[in-house]
Design a protein around this ligand. Structure first.
Ligand SMILES: Cc1cc2nc3c(=O)[nH]c(=O)nc-3n(C[C@H](O)[C@H](O)[C@H](O)COP(=O)(O)OP(=O)(O)OC[C@H]3O[C@@H](n4cnc5c(N)ncnc54)[C@H](O)[C@@H]3O)c2cc1C
Length: 331
């Protein structure tokens, strides 16, 4: 079996965490491993995994491949995949790769499955795992079709790094596109509060917006404390549905959107650690946190059943006071 690990590089030609994890997934299949990298530069990325056991390295590089753009990325992937002639192609499920995965599969006549959370060779059969219907059901996928292109989710596989010096065969890819990338507009790093790469997920629940023991709501203080903890730890922010819904109505915390919601009808992020604050709901604790490694909660209510049942440690305390103190200590 020939396996191709196919990924775009980041700044300076390096490989990101999601790509290194996808390489871990590709390596885990066994078989003859080939590497394919595309981006402005690829040598640094190839060197960072030179000793991974691959028999061949292909690259497509240049200014045309610096930015995410469907036409150029798809051409680069197609050129590499055709040169490699692999049975299975493993890509990371980054936004950039996800954008072209289905199109590249179409060009290759390949089958495609996206966002796999498991990938293994069982006997001679390759089995992928993925979640369906908002993470309610897990499915195992096998396909006879080859090539089979898959993208794998971040946080599910061990990253593979094996520095050395790689000899990369550079390929040329035709860039026939009318789209010109003139620049990238993105929010300042601090304004972006959803950070999938962060080690810690902070979940803010509706308690932050409720009347506190003094009978008053303290929304400004809640905003400052949550954003202060985010800034001090660079953690990612999640929220319960109740707080997101209140915030959407112009109340509560203006920086929260439905994108922050974790749970049955929200996301199920994968961070090493989670801290839930002022949160009681079943859905955020049971579903939203299911893939979080270590879970702790701060709640005024010692009888909060979900925090009791689903957190490894429950601090029965006022989250306003706790977060204030933690930020002070971190500063
Ligand atoms: C079909 C369906 C799907 C749903 N999907 C989701 C989903 O995806 N995600 C989701 O979140 N919900 C979902 N819900 C809603 C869910 O059932 C709960 O209503 C919601 O999660 C409750 O939010 P909460 O825990 O933030 O608020 P609350 O239940 O109001 O809890 C607030 C908590 O804050 C604590 N508190 C208050 N002040 C403080 C303080 N100073 N310090 C510490 N603790 C304090 C209180 O003790 C309380 O435990 C869904 C519901 C349905 C019916």
């Amino acid at each position: 079996m020939k396996v191709l690990f196919l990924a775009h590089t980041e700044e300076g030609g390096s490989l990101g965490k999601a790509a290194l994890e996808a390489l871990g997934a590709a390596k885990g299949l066994g078989g003859e491993l080939t590497i394919g990298l595309y981006g402005a530069e690829v040598q640094a990325g190839a060197d960072s995994i030179a000793g991974c056991g691959a028999t061949k390295f292909y690259g497509v590089a240049g200014a045309d491949f610096a930015s995410a753009r469907y036409g150029s990325d798809a051409s680069a992937c197609e050129a590499i995949a055709k040169a490699a002639g692999a049975d299975v192609i493993v890509m990371p499920a980054t936004a950039r790769a996800s954008r072209v995965a289905a199109g590249v599969a179409m060009r290759l006549g390949a089958a495609v499955d996206t966002r796999l959370t498991g990938l293994e060779a069982v006997g001679g059969t390759i089995v992928g795992t993925r979640w369906f219907y908002r993470q309610r059901m897990v499915g195992r996928v096998e396909r006879d079709a080859r090539p089979w292109l898959v993208t794998v989710d971040s946080g599910c596989f061990d990253a593979c790094t094996a520095p050395g010096t790689a000899s990369v065969e550079m390929l040329s890819a035709t860039v026939a596109t009318r789209t010109v990338v003139t620049g990238i507009k993105s929010p300042a790093a601090d304004a972006q509060t959803i950070r999938p790469e962060a080690k810690l997920l902070l979940v803010a629940g509706a308690g932050w917006g409720k009347s506190q023991p003094d009978g008053q709501k303290h929304l400004d203080e809640a905003s400052q404390l949550i954003l202060g903890l985010l800034s001090a730890t660079q953690c990612s922010l999640g929220s319960s549905k109740s707080l997101v819904d209140q915030s959407g109505d112009g109340g509560a915390l203006p920086f929260l959107t439905h994108m922050h919601q974790v749970g049955q009808t929200g996301s199920t992020p994968r961070h090493a650690k989670g801290l839930a604050t002022c949160c009681h709901g079943e859905e955020p604790h049971v579903v939203g946190w299911r893939f979080i490694g270590e879970r702790r909660a701060v709640n005024l209510d010692a009888g909060c059943g979900w925090a009791q049942g689903k957190a490894d440690v429950l601090y029965v305390a006022d989250a306003f006071a706790v977060v204030n103190k933690v930020v002070e200590l971190l500063k």
